[in-house]
Ligand binder design. Structure first.
Ligand SMILES: *Cc1c(COP(=O)(O)O)cnc(C)c1O
Length: 407
């Protein structure tokens, strides 16, 4: 077969007589004229090529110039960052490989050895473990406070207090933090406030509006929303804070992968619709569960007997898709329930389209003894539900048959 001349417009090289190896390597993207892609393209590239050496040098000076190398920035990742920054009302955002990647990058950019952190007592397990590590290896001490009393923050202050770390809605008992009350104390004493907003999402709460300096998310949860991708994001009130954390994240290698960012963007586009449906399904189940004889108590911030209901009413635009309930039958009943559901799945995580159940005493919080469990508000028969988007009647039918076996 006669070899056809190289398609000149497919390669930049002026050399005509290219070998097959070279032609195979130099794939040129189609140029778009007079149109643009409707959805955000996936820039699955590790590096960006330059025609001008001076332009490359210029681009390497910071996060805001041309893209150089995907660990430092990528157009698909940037699209995700800009969207979440806009949703949270921040100046800039940094997307990371996971929620813990965002939390580690933020804390390691803010803290030096010998600093002091004031953190909420009920923390995501990974964050709690990170604080333990920071204390042991870098002498960064942590004092724990509840989420309601600003005086507790005042009493915990030390000369080296640097960060106030809070969660909008805590796992698994859905305590709601009085963000403005606690952040005001931190701000008055020069602390930087970081809020994990994963359980609320920017649809239900925007902590920056309550004075927070940094918001972190596990986008693995509601923002991605489909249990198919891991990711995190940190949103900053100021450009300066973004730049400081960006430098740390680039060094730590915590940056988001473009494909993960692309999947997250796809999920994010339906966040408002999904969040509304999660909240509505959770409300329905919370009321049904509260009226069931096998259930001793239901923990969901939308219920008027929830200890933080008034705070939730003031701060949240909806009460969230996570609830917990205590079975009268204790540990045995809890284990029976999670092994009896048929539609819901026994799994960690939350924020996806499918309903998940968990028995904290025997899984996520199994390392706590009865006293520590009680201190965290978790009972032996507590079940956590991450409510999904199935039809509510199907979910309740599944829960009812599982509850019948717990009597
Ligand atoms: C899951 C979760 C994290 C950690 O996020 P990953 O994406 O798993 O690293 C942090 N905070 C909260 C509240 C979470 O639910």
């Amino acid at each position: 077969m006669p070899s056809r001349p190289a398609a000149d417009d497919a390669v930049r090289s002026p050399i005509r007589a290219l070998h097959q190896e070279t032609r195979a390597v130099h794939v040129a993207a189609a140029e778009l004229v007079g149109c643009r892609p409707l959805s955000v393209p996936l820039y699955q590239t590790s590096s960006f090529a330059f025609d001008d050496p001076a332009a490359l040098a210029e681009a390497m000076s910071g996060p805001d110039g041309a893209f150089v190398y995907t660990r430092r920035g990528n157009p698909t990742v940037r699209a995700l960052e800009n969207t979440v920054a806009a949703l949270e009302g921040g100046a800039a955002a940094l997307a990371t490989a996971s929620g813990m990647g965002a939390i580690s990058s933020v804390l390691l950019s803010l803290l030096r050895s010998g600093d002091h952190v004031i953190a909420q007592r009920c923390l995501y397990g990974g964050t709690f473990a990170l604080f333990g590590e920071l204390a042991e290896r870098f002498g960064i001490e942590v004092s724990h406070v509840g989420g309601q009393d600003p005086d507790e923050v005042r009493r915990a202050l030390r000369p080296r207090s640097r960060v106030l770390y809070l969660e909008t809605i805590a796992n698994p008992m859905t305590q709601v933090c009085d963000l403005p009350a606690l952040i005001d104390v931190g701000r008055a004493h020069g602390l930087i406030s970081v809020v994990d907003n994963s359980f609320a999402s920017p649809l239900l709460c925007r902590p920056l509006e309550h004075g927070a300096d940094v918001v972190v998310h596990s986008t693995t949860k509601y923002l991605g929303g489909h249990s198919d991708v891991l990711g995190g994001v940190a949103v900053f009130a100021t450009e300066e804070q973004h730049l400081a954390t960006w430098s740390r994240a680039v060094e730590l290698g915590a940056s988001a992968d473009p494909f993960a960012a692309w999947l997250t963007i796809r999920g994010l586009q339906t966040l408002p619709l999904r969040m509304r449906a999660h909240c509505a399904n959770a409300e329905f189940l919370a009321h049904r569960l509260a009226a069931h004889p096998a259930v001793r108590a239901v923990h969901w911030p939308g219920l008027s007997d929830h200890p933080d209901h008034l705070v939730a009413k003031r701060l949240l635009a909806g009460y969230g898709g996570v609830l917990a309930f205590d079975l009268a039958g204790g540990r045995g009943a809890g284990q029976m329930f999670i092994s009896s559901v048929e539609l819901a799945s026994l799994a960690v995580s939350l924020g996806g389209v499918e309903t998940l159940v968990l028995h904290p005493a025997s899984t996520s919080h199994r390392e706590l003894d009865e006293v520590s469990l009680r201190a965290a508000g978790i009972g032996p028969g507590t079940v956590r539900v991450a409510v999904g988007l199935e039809h509510r009647d199907d979910l309740w039918r599944d829960f009812e048959q599982a509850l019948a076996r717990c009597a």
